[in-house]
Ligand binder design. Structure first.
Ligand code: SF4
Ligand code: SF4
Length: 112
């Protein structure tokens, strides 16, 4: 199917849900470590993409955070979580920049 230039611009500005999902998976994304999350809701308030909600859990009475597919991988929640309850994970499942990430967390928490 041939698209005119106006149609191409419209398609780029309004990607289908499928395009958005596959785009997001090329970047690292936040993942909540359920056992460490206290449900304090700090990450819900600081996430610029509104990608985090609190869901019910058997692990505590306040629930735990859950990250959805709109996460841009900005890292803010991982830095802000006082309980180190968020880790940044690459699409292949590995931790993002492990050494830098640990240094960043320690610095922000005043350990170095
Ligand atoms: S800031 Fe950390 S402990 Fe608080 S809700 Fe988010 S992931 Fe859980
Ligand atoms: S990495 Fe950024 S966009 Fe993703 S959930 Fe955390 S604060 Fe939100």
């Amino acid at each position: 199917m041939n698209m005119g230039s106006d149609e191409k611009i419209t398609a780029l500005r309004n990607p289908s849900p499928l395009q958005r999902v596959s785009g997001a998976r090329k970047r690292a994304a936040a993942r909540v470590i359920s056992e460490l999350c206290t449900g304090c809701r700090i990450c819900v308030q600081t996430c610029p993409s509104n990608s985090i909600t609190i869901v019910e859990s058997d692990l505590n009475f306040t629930g735990i955070a859950q990250v959805d597919e709109s996460c841009t991988g900005c890292n803010i929640c991982a830095i802000d979580c006082p309980w180190t309850g968020v880790e940044m994970v690459n699409p292949d499942g590995s931790r993002k920049d492990e050494a830098d990430y640990e240094r960043q967390l320690k610095r922000l928490r005043g350990y170095q």
